[in-house]
Design a protein around this ligand. Sequence first.
Ligand code: ZN
Length: 605
Amino acid sequence: MAAHSLKALPSSKTSGVATMRPAQATVAIHPELSVLGYAQVQLLDGPFREQFDHNHGLFAGLDDDALLKPFRKRMGMPAPGPDMGGWYDDDTDFNPANNFHSFIAGHSFGQYLSGLSRAYAVTGSRATQEKVHKLVRAYAETVDTAGKFYDDYRLPAYTYDKTSCGLIDAHEFAKDPIALDVHWRATQSVLPHLPEKALNRYEQRSRGYKMISYTWDESYTLPENLFLAYQRSGDARYRDLATRYLEQNYFDPLSENHNVLPFEHAYSHVNAFSSAMQAYLVLGDEKYLRAAKNGLRMVQDQSFATGGWGPDEAFTEPGRGGIAQSLASTHASFETPCGAYGHFKITRYLLRTTKDSRYGDSMERVLYNTIAGAWPIREDGTTFYYSDYNDNGAKKVWYRDKWPCCSGTFPQLTADYGISSYYASADGIYVNLFMPSRVTWMQGSTQATLTQKTDYPKASTTQFDLALAKPETFAMYIRIPEWAGAKTTVSVGGKRVEGEITPGKFLAIQRTWKDGDRVEMDIEQPLRLEAVEPENPNIVALMRGPRALFAMGENPGQATRSQLLAARASGQSADEWIVRGDSSTLVMRPWTSIKDEPYRLYQHV
Ligand SMILES: [Zn+2]
């Protein structure tokens, strides 16, 4: 009784008719902190701008026919152009035991479209916008509302969710004239292939299946994009669908603080927290906010020192030493681009809703220790996927198969760096991430620009310069990380800000600002040790500020707690620390300074 129970839905009218005004969506909750437009935050030269530019360039350069090939092929249309390879192809040789070629045909098309749409919104590149419009037009030709594409398709909800995101982003951020229309047809095409409600893997298995891989679908991640489709189109049918696919068996216990995470697939269940947040914002039911907050906290309780989580893509049972065990049992410790993307989204929602700066701390930890040190995607689709925290022989490696899931989330995430860094409130501007960047916004009737210059966290300082059309009274809120040392200082125009600087909170600097004002911050980054989990207090990672330090080499040697905490910078400019043990010297580096050398994250003390 799947989607057949849906009322027959009239096909939507053609868009582009100037007199047609979309209906207005109603949204229950408006967080005090709002997301800025993509164009309002520009990354300046530095590693994050480089990551964004690389992904923008790579996806803008992909062959349109290759991207469209699985869709055309499955529809029996002429399908010219080369195969993309890897997970992306439409073929029949997939075998979960040893061959992931053609795992999910066309799965990441929507994510590439989304990444390009956001990149257009950031840069205003006409060529990128034209590519988005061309891809949407060509994709539209492959969509039939009977859903032929999804006939005998392994993961219909999975691929539709990504396609949905791409199309609503093409509409919202690349001003595509037909994307919303195509989105409705794409929705109709998948409905006959979806279950009547969100199903976890156990429920999918219990319904019988052709191959085990058919039970890996992720219908529980659908609501986020469906709620967004509702807000962007005003079409209440999307709100109703979104509500239908909220996984109550997951959110109900989480909202009551019951940990139902163990053994669940990690990334998709963190991604589902963003569906809970959209449910909270649109419907106003606090249950979903509680579920997202509790769920993320449970994830953080079983995270690595890097902020990564989910060894072998699964959550473990709390209190049983599962994270330490994973240091011996797997090299697939954290699904990096997807996990970081999901983590950024949920911490952005929760930061905006609660104004709790510790969500920003959490985002920052994942930023520097995971995605910032991921290798860039290669033109042939070779992608960095897992971070490896194994105690023996851990190294950065490429993923075996081309164009996996992580090639889809990586360009979306790098396009989101800017909007994750600053948020607007009625009374001012919030600074969350310390990256070289420029944010422009209207404060009252005054155009304001804040330029941030920094080499943080390699350097401890960051500097903000304000440009204002006229003096204006507002607050600048700066995130003071929870780990910040007592020597942390903030000054305006060379004068120390009065009052206490409280780690783990936003520092509010309320004043009448004028053009040319400069704010400087010096964040003390103390060394500290973090145990892998409470049951294993003697397995620790050395942390400095937001970053974990990795012991370099095949067999880095041993050191005591006090020796680790006495680590010294190896030189003024090197991003490297030296630990003198009894019989060995450990060279420690942050994730971003590791190339392909072996390393060890955790030290046994
Ligand atoms: Zn992935």
